[in-house]
Design a protein around this ligand. Structure first.
Ligand SMILES: NC(=O)c1ccc[n+]([C@@H]2O[C@H](COP(=O)([O-])OP(=O)(O)OC[C@H]3O[C@@H](n4cnc5c(N)ncnc54)[C@H](O)[C@@H]3O)[C@@H](O)[C@H]2O)c1
Ligand SMILES: CC(C)[C@H](C(=O)O)[C@@H](O)C(=O)O
Ligand SMILES: [Mg+2]
Length: 346
């Protein structure tokens, strides 16, 4: 366990800088005096793109590589064409640093309101593939802008890429009490990729006889996530399905303002990157309405990844206590950050 953390911080756009400020506040408060955190801020995002036309240079990528981990707020801005920052910055980082595990825990904290009826027990984790699928940029457009336009976006699925994420998901499932793994795909239509995923889960699953496996088509998975979320323990799924399912998962567990994620490079060859599931929320940027809890919980995932389990748990307990005391009174981003920092410090 490192006694110092060399952290890269990418606040980004919209509410990104607002929530990252709270994440850093809580990080500083939770660490004991003998663990030092050194942060380097990278001002990437819309402003930088407008000024220079750059999203992320190779030199910056090289410098980022030298950090122990990255904390990212959110990127994306209405003044920048859709996809420029998402692909040129966020996905570039995930791909360059081989973040093939996109880990998205979904837990309904005690006393937190879910839009679902009753009082559902929700505690599952989505292991979303992070470097393949339809996200690879394997596509193009011909006769662009004409009535004869043809556009493609081809999903890439390699045996290597699918197996490594499936193995990771089985490892996580076997370490959890319910020991259940659900593959979510669409193998009735996407038969080539879908059957590769299905066969891989069957084959790797033989090495994990104590883990129960099942399969759901992604459309049916959205039904069960609303009608019976307790059936899920570990979900393993492709990059795009995982993106969509985890916004839904956030919605049923108290909202997108609470959903944390980690883009993990398990071997540690590259720094892993932690970020809330949500985006830059231009509709509320600058209003102080953004909930920083998702970022604070992402800091907990970051600390756990670096071996600081005690501090990670302390943050999660502080969030649990904070959520339990919420009574509907509006609190600012800053006020929530202050409250969480005070809890972890005390
Ligand atoms: N990881 C990322 O950086 C990331 C993730 C998703 C979207 N984006 C980008 O963000 C921009 C906006 O995307 P979008 O509107 O589809 O999704 P979004 O997640 O930014 O916002 C969706 C809704 O959730 C609300 N919301 C989001 N975060 C919140 C928080 N912390 N507290 C309270 N409410 C919150 C927003 O106000 C909005 O109503 C786009 O450019 C998109 O590409 C970036
Ligand atoms: C902004 C976008 C590239 C990103 C994704 O699709 O992975 C976001 O939606 C997320 O969930 O982190
Ligand atoms: Mg998303």
């Amino acid at each position: 366990m490192a006694r110092s953390i060399n952290l890269a911080v990418i606040p980004g756009d919209g509410i990104g800088p607002e929530v990252v400020a709270q994440g850093l506040k809580v990080l500083e408060a939770v660490l004991p005096a003998d663990i030092k955190v050194e942060t380097t801020r990278y001002d990437l995002g819309a402003k930088r793109w407008h000024e220079t036309g750059e999203t992320l240079t190779d030199a910056e990528l090289e410098r980022l590589r030298g950090h122990d981990a990255i904390l990212l707020g959110a990127i994306g801005d209405p003044t920048v064409p859709s996809g420029v920052l998402e692909r040129g910055l966020l996905l570039k980082l995930r791909f360059a640093f081989d973040h093939y595990i996109n880990l998205r825990p979904s837990r309904l904290f005690p006393n937190t309101a879910s839009p679902l009826a009753g009082d559902p027990e929700i505690d599952f984790v989505v292991v979303r593939e992070g470097t393949e699928g339809p996200y690879v940029g394997n596509g193009g457009s011909m006769r662009t802008g004409t009535p004869a336009e043809v556009a493609t976006e081809v999903s890439l699925n390699t045996a290597y890429g699918v197996e490594r994420v499936v193995r990771d998901a089985f490892e996580r499932a076997s370490a959890r009490p319910a020991r259940k793994l659900t593959l979510v795909h669409k193998n009735n239509v996407l038969v080539h990729a879908g059957h590769l995923w299905t066969r891989t889960v069957e084959r790797v699953g033989r090495e994990y006889p104590d883990v129960t496996t099942d399969y759901l088509h992604v459309d049916a998975a959205t039904i069960f996530m609303v009608t019976d979320p307790g059936r899920f323990d570990v979900i393993v799924t492709d990059n795009l399905f995982g993106d969509i399912l985890t916004d839904l998962a956030a919605a049923i567990t108290g909202g997108i303002g609470l959903a944390a994620s980690g883009n993990i490079n398990p071997g540690g060859e590259f720094p892993s990157m932690f970020e809330p599931v949500h985006g830059s929320a231009p509709d509320i940027a600058g209003t102080g309405k953004a909930d920083p809890t998702a970022t604070v919980l992402s800091v907990a995932l970051l600390l756990r990844h670096l071996g600081h389990e005690t501090e990670a748990v302390r943050i999660e307990e502080a969030v649990t206590a904070d959520l339990a005391e919420r009574d509907g009174t509006a609190r600012s981003t800053d006020a929530i950050g202050d409250a969480l920092a005070a809890r972890v410090a005390g």
